[in-house]
Design a protein around this ligand. Structure first.
Ligand code: GLN
Length: 555
């Protein structure tokens, strides 16, 4: 199916943030993609950080890495998973990135002595980002972070206003608003949504479709009357208001949007019929429990946030692996620091798990607890998957406990503290990296090729001999210790080969224990969690869940 011009769908939100603009944008994209259109998607964040790479995962959620090494917001993960596409840095734009580029151009004299202003210079730059291509596509979806009325978001709304004027029929604007339920009067209140619409109208923006986000109550649901009110204040006909309650799973959203009438609205915009054929995963809301079993996976991380936003892609990867293994996966989120005390009750939670994961992280905090969790998984033979720092600490733990070495990672030292000369730094900074390297886009980032050893567990899981995984790290396994580790049963089974200054070299990408020592002890320097897709579980996550499930079924 080809269409002449790219069509643009803007998604904004109002009243509060966290309404699921990203999920809505990705769901609309999926409906169009599954009809046969090519779709891509861009997220604009109005904050001044140049990228989310330096923001705390506890406050902002995980940093999601793209193939080209861009450090982005977790919404990019929704986009890649829902649409099964690989995005580039063009899909992640912050106000910080825009302003720093414009200021660089100003310093380079590119404005030829003219004033540099919000309008037209910044708005023009934003509009260029709207059309700048990943590839030519039929539909580009553009999500604007924050809420209508935020001062820092105004310039983006102005850019949309101008863009819409220029592109006329090729722009659709979807606006989400929250409709709170007042318990004392037992009713839904539309006034905050009305106010956010007023805010948009004041900026010269008339949305075409409104999404009313609300919490369904045991005895109450949003009524036609309230939707009518929203339509009235939004200046549109009632069928252009789509009610979307909180759903059990984000993967229900595309199908829900179809059920509440999104298809005719999108067909009208595309000027063509829409026949979405959603993948089975979305039609089943991400649930497939054919074995009737559940697998509990201890997820040992530094952040341990209740919602799991700090490790969002790991949570999604486990759920997707469960779908393909035919079981429910229950993640048991464990704060690594809570494992330091051997008497802490957190140990009971870890011990109740069928498999253990140790996640990535930066800095000393949490390392000791992670090492204890690794030792526990190794000695009890519970299926284990280590990610990034999880690999590095698995090497440290093995070198200490099994090879009898006084081993450490350079990251364990206090800033400026010298290492004990008799200590083996089995993990150290890569060439050109150190704890003093400036922050922001300076780590080893993005996709790198990895060759898998014949006969290894990872080779069996991936079913191919060479894979590309994404990375975000500064330290690596020191290869002079690889033979000692191997002689005790820890093998490097994934390698990235490259040309070093003094000849060919490799970076240890994957390690595993000899199957005679442990049935499934695997770790990777990469972040496989960003490559799980609802249409295809990631082999390492699927391997972990399948192994744990097989043990449960055998008992
Ligand atoms: N801190 C370690 C490094 O920089 C691990 C990074 C990670 O887990 N993402 O290499």
């Amino acid at each position: 199916m080809t269409i002449k011009n790219t069509k643009y769908i803007f998604v904004t939100g109002g009243v509060v943030s966290g309404l699921g603009k990203g999920i809505t944008a990705a769901s609309v994209g999926l409906i169009l993609k599954s009809t046969g259109y090519s779709v891509d998607i861009i997220k604009f964040d109005p904050y001044l950080n140049v990228d989310p790479g330096t923001m705390s995962p506890i406050e902002h959620g995980e940093v999601y890495i793209l193939e080209d090494g861009s450090e982005t917001d977790l919404d990019l993960g929704h986009y890649e998973r829902f649409l099964d596409i690989n995005l580039t840095s063009n899909s992640s734009v912050t106000a910080g990135k825009i302003y720093s580029s414009i200021l660089e151009m100003e310093r380079a004299g590119l404005f030829l002595g003219k004033n540099v202003q919000l309008i037209p210079n910044v708005t023009n730059y934003i509009k260029e980002c709207f059309v700048r291509c990943n590839e030519a596509v039929d539909v580009r979806i553009i999500e604007i972070g924050g809420s209508a009325g935020d001062m820092e978001g105004e310039i983006f709304l102005e850019a949309i206003r101008q863009f819409r004027r220029e592109k006329r029929g090729d722009v659709l604007h979807i606006h989400l608003g929250y409709v709170p339920f007042l318990a004392c009067s037992q009713e839904y209140k539309t006034k905050p949504f009305q106010n956010s619409l007023r805010e948009l109208l004041r900026s010269g923006l008339q949305p075409n479709v409104l999404v009313a986000r609300y919490e369904k109550q045991p005895n109450a649901d949003i009524e036609i009357e309230q939707l009518g009110k929203i339509a009235l204040f939004g200046n549109i006909a009632p069928e252009y208001v789509l009610p979307v309650p909180d759903l059990k799973s984000i993967y229900e959203v595309p199908n829900h949007l179809i059920k509440v009438g999104a298809v005719p609205l999108l067909a009208e915009f595309m000027k063509s019929d829409i026949y979405p054929v959603l993948p089975a995963f979305f039609l089943q809301d991400g649930v497939n429990q054919t074995t009737g079993k559940s697998v509990k996976v201890g997820v040992v991380g530094k952040y341990g946030s209740k919602l799991g936003d700090a490790d969002y892609s790991v949570m999604q990867s486990l759920a997707i692996a469960g779908f393909y293994a035919g079981c429910e996966v229950i993640p048991e989120i464990i704060l690594a620091d809570d494992l330091v005390d051997p008497m802490s009750q957190t140990w009971d939670r870890l011990k109740s798990c069928d498999a253990v994961m140790v996640l990535g992280g930066f800095g000393r905090r949490g390392m000791e607890g992670k090492i204890k969790a690794i030792e526990y998984a190794r000695t009890t033979k519970k299926p284990f998957l280590g990610i990034c720092l999880g690999l590095q600490l698995a090497v440290v733990e093995f070198a200490r406990s099994v090879c009898g070495m006084d081993a450490m990672s350079a990251e364990m030292l206090e800033e400026g503290e010298p290492a004990n000369p008799s200590t083996s730094k089995v993990i150290d900074y890569m060439l050109g990296q150190s704890e003093y390297t400036p922050k922001g886009g300076t780590m080893r980032l993005g996709g790198y090729q990895c060759e898998l050893s014949d006969g290894s567990i990872v080779r069996e899981l991936y079913k191919v001999s060479s894979v590309i995984e994404r990375h975000r790290h500064r330290l690596e396994v020191q290869n002079q210790y690889v033979d000692i580790l191997a002689s005790h049963g820890m093998q490097v089974t994934g390698k990235h080969y490259y040309e070093g200054k003094t000849g060919p070299k490799y970076l240890s990408e994957m390690i595993e224990l000899d199957r005679r020592l442990h049935p499934f002890f695997v770790a990777t320097q990469s972040h496989p969690e960003v490559l799980s897709r609802p249409t295809k579980a990631h082999p390492l996550f699927l391997g972990l869940v399948t192994e744990a499930l097989a043990k449960i079924i055998a008992h």
